[in-house]
Design a protein around this ligand. Structure first.
Ligand code: ADE
Length: 231
């Protein structure tokens, strides 16, 4: 079984890159794919860059060029649910591209016209495993399993938080997960998105992000390693 692991930013993949045994590095279109083993499991790790298109390109390449069997996305997010604090974990049930807007044609926000489904569901076994590992490491109160919202924007206002919560009932917001999920749905690959909270998507979000991104990335790494052990 070959596992694809994606993180958007250097901070989000460096922790895993440092501990994996690298066999081969390949470059496609400027993206670097690190093939090797981690805890004796075969993986391909990639830093996809920020935003939905970068994440979609790398997910597609992982599946089509590297033939990964499953996809894990690891990284940080802004909390939307007021019960979620910095350092807590969110595991995706389903994901929505919150900035997809064809409301002018009567579609609901986030609905992609002419697609059967725009709420991309993560794999149940991967969700269960991520939840188990996260709970063992961080405790039940710090682990949330629910909807993740993705858009090409860094959310840093209470107004936007309220709109996202009211419109989609999302637990957290980030900039890649739903596009990875979209690709995995189209190409029929199981996936899950695991996010650790770096900020609360409010007016302090940019400052909190800089302060907590490393801690949050370390939390995500702990979960990926726990999952690899069990897979
Ligand atoms: N990733 C981490 N925090 C975020 C936020 N507030 N908005 C979008 N993506 C994020």
């Amino acid at each position: 079984m070959l596992l694809g692991i994606i993180g958007a930013m250097h901070e989000e993949v460096i922790e895993l890159k440092e501990v994996m045994e690298l066999i081969e590095t390949s470059e496609i279109g400027g993206y670097q794919f690190f093939k090797g083993t981690l805890l004796n499991k075969e993986i391909v790790l990639v830093e996809c860059g920020i935003g939905k298109v970068n994440a979609a390109i790398c997910s597609t390449l992982l599946i089509q060029e590297f033939s990964v069997d499953k996809v894990l996305f690891t990284g940080v997010a802004g909390g939307l649910n007021p019960d979620i604090n910095i350092g807590d974990i969110v595991i995706s049930t389903d994901l929505i591209e919150h900035d997809f807007d064809c409301t002018a044609f009567g579609y609901e926000q986030g609905v992609i016209p002419r697609m059967e489904n725009s709420k991309f569901k993560a794999d149940l076994e991967l969700i269960d495993l991520a939840k188990k590992v996260a709970t063992e490491n961080f405790g039940e109160n710090r682990v949330f399993v629910g909807r993740i919202l993705s858009g090409d924007m860094f959310v840093a206002s209470n107004e936007k938080i309220n709109w996202l919560r009211e419109t989609f009932i999302g637990e957290c917001t980030e900039m890649e997960g739903a596009s990875v999920a979209h690709v995995c749905q189209i190409l029929n690959k199981p996936f899950v998105v695991i996010r650790s909270i770096s900020d609360k998507a409010n007016h302090d979000a940019n400052m909190n992000f800089d302060e907590f991104v490393k801690l949050a990335a370390q939390n995500s790494k702990i979960i990926i390693e726990g999952m690899l052990n069990a897979l």
